[in-house]
Design a protein. Structure first.
Length: 402
């Protein structure tokens, strides 16, 4: 059974917590996530939790479901993991039980900050933190509302919950602008901190494709990294564009890294178009840096975005990158200088952009180099940590807690 309070220097439920020397009281921060599956929000939250200075912060990470590949990354860290699973839904008896259980946990352990990182964490975490009288309550919106809940009547209740928070954190100026225009928060309440990327992890490596494809050296690889739970990442758009591209470049292969319930549908679509031999469906991967080092072009033709990790990772790996002009993509890519932008849903424009890079390797190389330089200057994890630390400091001081 999970312990009720953070403990240093031992393993609890498979997660190691390390003892840390401290000369002054550490800030007690509670993070709340939907799960520890691989996803942009989850990766950013786990990286932040493990990279915050443990001499200054005592971080507990709560999950609605404390399972998933990212759990392994937390082993040996100073971060304690807790589960608060609202079985039956948030408005079920067990859902209310978990909310009160979380409130009791937050209150008893004296957390100064509750930081909810995604949609469902907002729904459980905000009321629990209000009941626990946590001084600083941070909720998050990290996309432009493509989830069904954002479009339903329940959105009204979500916004009411968010207005109980101290701050609404977004990861792109485009998301902040949408929140302000649609939900009428006070401007000073809505913050922006861009995602970070580990440049060292994505540094360029010698290209060796033999481990993934025996004929890889004769091919040109175009990759899309994204889950297939829906079509929001633009898989159908790239499949449609591929039909045009392979006519001129029959040696091109398209790699889909990710998985989800739509995978079979996408595979069948490539078969109907007669281009299935040009696609590699790689499934969920934990070796994305190695795969990117083998690729020629990165693509993310999303319908909606916040600030996508995939684009940051493409650029960090030095790939010439094409993305749709939605959300925070235009905050990462300057069209024609650090990558190419195309209209969302326009497979013809995407095909034209791909052909432009395939026909002009010099341009592709220039975009790859300038994109990596830009990410190295503006989107490091160090910058993410510094901005997050400053936000916590400002909010605590404004509440008279420091």
């Amino acid at each position: 059974m999970l312990a009720d309070s953070p403990t240093s220097g031992r393993v609890q439920d498979g997660v190691a917590t390390g003892a840390v020397s401290r000369r002054f009281p550490r800030r007690k921060v509670f993070y709340l996530l939907d799960s520890l599956n691989i996803g942009g929000t989850e990766v950013q939250a786990v990286e932040l939790a493990t990279r915050l200075n443990p001499e200054q912060y005592e971080v507990t990470l709560g999950c609605l479901r404390a399972r998933g590949p990212l759990l392994e990354k937390l082993k040996g860290s100073s971060v304690l993991v807790r589960e608060f699973y609202p079985k039956g839904g948030f408005d079920s008896p067990h859902g209310f039980y978990q909310m009160f259980r979380l409130a009791f946990f937050l209150r008893r352990n004296g957390f100064q900050i509750m930081h909810a990182h995604d949609l469902y964490a907002n729904i459980l975490g905000i009321p629990a933190a209000v009941l626990a009288r946590v001084p600083v309550i941070i909720c998050s919106q990290r996309d432009l509302g493509h989830l069904d809940l954002y479009k339903s009547r329940r959105r009204i209740w979500l916004r009411r919950l968010q207005k109980l928070s101290t701050a609404v954190l977004t990861n792109a100026n485009a998301v902040r602008d949408a929140v302000l225009s649609e939900d009428h928060f006070a401007p000073e309440k809505v913050k922006v901190i861009h995602n970070g990327v580990d440049l060292e992890r994505f540094r360029q490596r010698p290209r060796d494709r033999s481990w993934l494809s025996p004929n890889g050296d004769q091919e040109r690889w175009i990759i899309l990294v994204g889950n297939m739970h829906g079509d929001v990442k633009g898989h159908p758009v790239l499949i449609a564009a591929a039909e045009t591209v392979v006519r001129e470049f029959p040696g091109v292969r398209f790699l889909f890294a990710g998985d989800g319930q739509k995978r079979k549908e996408f595979e069948e679509k490539t078969g109907r178009l007669g281009i299935s031999n040009h696609f590699y469906f790689l499934g969920r991967r934990d070796d994305i840096p190695r795969i990117l080092s083998c690729c020629d072009i990165g693509v993310l033709p999303s319908k909606a975005e916040g600030l996508p990790n995939a684009v940051l990772e493409y650029l960090a790996a030095g790939l010439p990158t094409i993305a749709s002009r939605v959300g925070g993509n235009a905050e990462i890519i300057e069209d024609g200088k650090t990558g190419l932008l195309v209209p969302a849903g326009d497979s013809a424009a995407l095909a034209d952009a791909l052909l432009r890079l395939l026909r002009n390797p010099t341009l592709a190389d220039e975009l790859g180099k300038s994109g990596r330089q830009y990410v190295a200057a503006e989107f490091t994890f160090q910058r993410l940590i510094e901005k997050t630390d400053q936000m916590y400091t400002d909010l605590l001081r404004a509440r008279g807690k420091e």
